[in-house]
Design a protein around this ligand. Structure first.
Ligand code: NAD
Length: 369
């Protein structure tokens, strides 16, 4: 059995608490003979600043570059509100994304039947929802130059952001979306604004070209991003994979997130290119939520997003889809049995803390406590 190099970066606040539960699931995977890992652990965010004066040390970066996959908890908190800008906790995460060239952000929106009533939409619209948003993460209007605020002679100011994409950036994100669709229900929706934006014209054209040349077996539909937003809340189950740019992806993935209930339920992945020599894709997996200083240290955090991030790593980095499926089924199982952390509790359910939820998931997986 292959041994996978896994780097754990728990980070700050509830990051360390939810990572503790992931370590137990890793232990179960190994003892059940389902996977073998070489696990390393290091600091990121405020924890790294306290120890090294930077948001991630060079040693941790070297480990990150050598890992097959990275699991990150969360960074940040009021303790580090006044540290120098370059050393703020988020800088550690940004450095990882930049140096590992993680250009594809994957955010699944899965609505567990047991939580369908927690959605802001009607149960029948979201029950069983399982879609994946693929957001371009390193280009577009957040990074395009010029990016300025200029004083004008009449006392007014002018702000400029630049939306810019080159065809290679669109090609590689489109490929990720089509490849993932092949492992799911084989359908991609691509969202842009070709009616009013040149970058949208190029986006649509390049996605169509990649589709025609390499992925004609996958169903492709183009939607305008505004219409797509409407479709997401009107009939979300029509989507399988949704691919879009950095700005639209930021917004549409937050809309999709709320279809499913709590932040504590949402895993994510950020993928880079395939390395020529090893054939491996760089990857970082993390929950969508932050360090939650309001509940940190109290044992209240929901570990499901973090454990779901491990499941994504198993599926997308290690080719262990079956083990990933078992973990996801165990999560669905404990929710069916009525176990809830504080953030997802409702009447008649059994409220448990972080380790209580870990216990329940391990029990569901058939592991001894
Ligand atoms: P947050 O996601 O940390 O918390 C938002 C709310 O959701 C809080 O009320 C929190 O208690 C709740 N929550 C979040 N995760 C939960 C979980 N697993 N279980 C139960 N409840 C949960 O966002 P925020 O409060 O805006 O930010 C707090 C800190 O985290 C800030 O320093 C911010 O910069 C940082 N942050 C980091 C990341 C990251 O590491 N990727 C992402 C977002 C925010």
């Amino acid at each position: 059995m292959a041994t996978h190099k896994l780097l754990l970066l728990p980070g700050d606040g509830i990051g360390t608490e939810v990572m503790a539960e992931v370590k137990r699931v890793i232990g179960w995977l190994e003892s059940a003979g389902l996977a073998s890992f070489a696990v390393e652990e290091d600091l990121v965010g405020g924890a790294a600043y306290d120890e090294h004066g930077v948001a991630i040390s060079e040693e941790a970066m070297t480990r990150a570059l050598a890992a097959d996959a990275i699991l990150l908890g969360a960074v940040g908190g009021p303790k580090w509100a006044n540290v120098p800008y370059e050393a703020r906790p988020e800088a550690g995460l940004l450095r990882l994304r930049k140096d590992l060239q993680l250009f594809a952000n994957l955010r699944p929106a899965i609505c567990y039947p047991a939580l369908a009533d927690a959605s802001s939409l009607k149960r029948e619209l979201v029950d069983g929802l399982d879609m994946l948003i693929v957001r371009e993460l390193t280009g577009g209007v957040y990074f395009g130059e010029p990016k300025t605020i200029t004083d004008l002679s009449d006392g007014q100011k002018r702000a400029v952001d630049t939306q810019v994409y080159e065809s290679y950036e669109i090609e590689r994100i489109a490929r990720v979306a089509f490849e993932l669709a092949r492992t799911r229900r084989n359908k991609v929706v691509s969202a842009e604004k070709h009616n009013v934006m040149k970058s949208g014209v190029l986006w649509k054209q390049v996605v169509s070209e990649v589709h025609g040349a390499e992925f004609s077996d996958v169903a492709l539909e183009h939607q305008l991003a505004d219409s797509c937003a409407m479709q997401l809340v009107r009939a979300p189950k029509q989507f399988d994979v949704l691919v879009t740019d950095n700005l639209f992806g930021d917004i549409l993935s937050d809309v999709a997130a709320m279809l499913t209930g709590s932040l504590g339920m949402l895993p994510s992945a950020s993928l880079g290119g395939v390395e020529e020599i090893s054939g491996k894709r760089r990857a970082l997996y993390e929950p969508v939520h932050g360090a939650a200083p309001d509940i940190a240290g109290k044992g209240l955090a929901n570990p499901i997003a973090m454990i779901g991030s491990l499941a994504m790593a198993l599926r997308y980095s290690f080719g262990l889809g079956e083990a990933a499926g078992r973990i996801e089924a165990a999560i669905a199982g404990v929710l069916d049995k009525g176990y809830r952390t504080n953030d997802i509790k409702s009447e008649g359910t059994t409220v448990v803390g972080t380790s209580g939820m870990g216990d329940a998931i391990l029990a569901e997986l058939g592991a001894a406590r």
